[in-house]
Design a protein around this ligand. Structure first.
Ligand code: CA
Length: 230
């Protein structure tokens, strides 16, 4: 069965172009043009993923994201007008899984949607497999239950932050390049997206404590284990 998508965009031409392209790719697409419509459509349609414009009449994409996610977790690709908007939204922990800046190529959009759906599938497989808990010092990541505990207290991460931390925790102390993280976590390889990695690392640091994620300038990131072996 083809995945069901919800396209939320108030600009009719963009909404139609995105919808047409995704239908041509074989997806079942429902359209919405305002914030309130989007929330109602998500309730009726139970989409597998939402493509969500940030600026909308009624209420904006952040509010749509919040209301839709509070009912059931669903992956969101947020469409923003500027690159730096994505950084701000990541910092706010809006709950979108990925961001795409306008104007974008349709091919890029399709690739991101495919990557998003693959990520969900992979998370479900991990949950079924009952993967072992990863421990790095006083930090533990439970991929099956999607829980993170730091110094004995549970930390709430967005789905993307969680996947990023899992990738880092799988190889503690090892520097993972931003390109590798982009491919492993987001499922796409375009180097223009490495700032996406940077923004999410920043958000992760704010929640875990800055000392846990080490930056290797120009290369990538490593999750620090507290007692590095000589
Ligand atoms: Ca708009």
């Amino acid at each position: 069965m083809s995945a069901r998508l919800l396209v939320v965009e108030d600009e009719p031409l963009i909404n139609q172009a995105v919808t047409d392209r995704l239908r041509a790719e074989g997806y079942a697409v429902r359209q919405a043009f305002t914030g309130p419509d989007a929330v109602a459509a998500a309730q009726e349609e139970l989409p597998d993923a939402v493509i969500l414009d940030l600026m909308l009449p009624g209420f904006d994409g952040i509010e749509v994201c919040r209301r839709v996610q509070s009912q059931r977790p669903v992956p969101v690709l947020m469409l923003t007008a500027r690159d730096d908007e994505s950084d701000i939204l990541v910092g706010l922990g809006v709950g979108a899984d990925d961001y795409l800046t306008k104007p974008f190529r349709m091919r890029e959009l399709v690739a991101r949607v495919q990557a998003l759906l693959r990520r969900v599938e992979r998370a479900e497989v991990l949950a079924r497999r009952d993967s072992p808990v990863l421990s790095v010092g006083s930090l533990s990541v439970d991929p099956a239950r999607r829980r993170v505990v730091v110094d004995g207290r549970e930390v709430h991460l967005t789905p993307t932050e969680f996947d990023l931390l899992t990738a880092l925790a799988a190889e503690p102390g090892t520097v993972l390049t931003r390109e590798k993280l982009l491919l492993d976590v987001w499922g796409w390889a375009d180097a223009s997206g490495t700032r996406t990695v940077d923004s999410h690392v920043k958000a992760l640091r704010a929640k875990l404590g800055g000392h846990r994620v080490r930056t290797v300038h120009g290369v990538g990131y490593a999750l620090e284990s507290p007692d590095p072996r000589p």
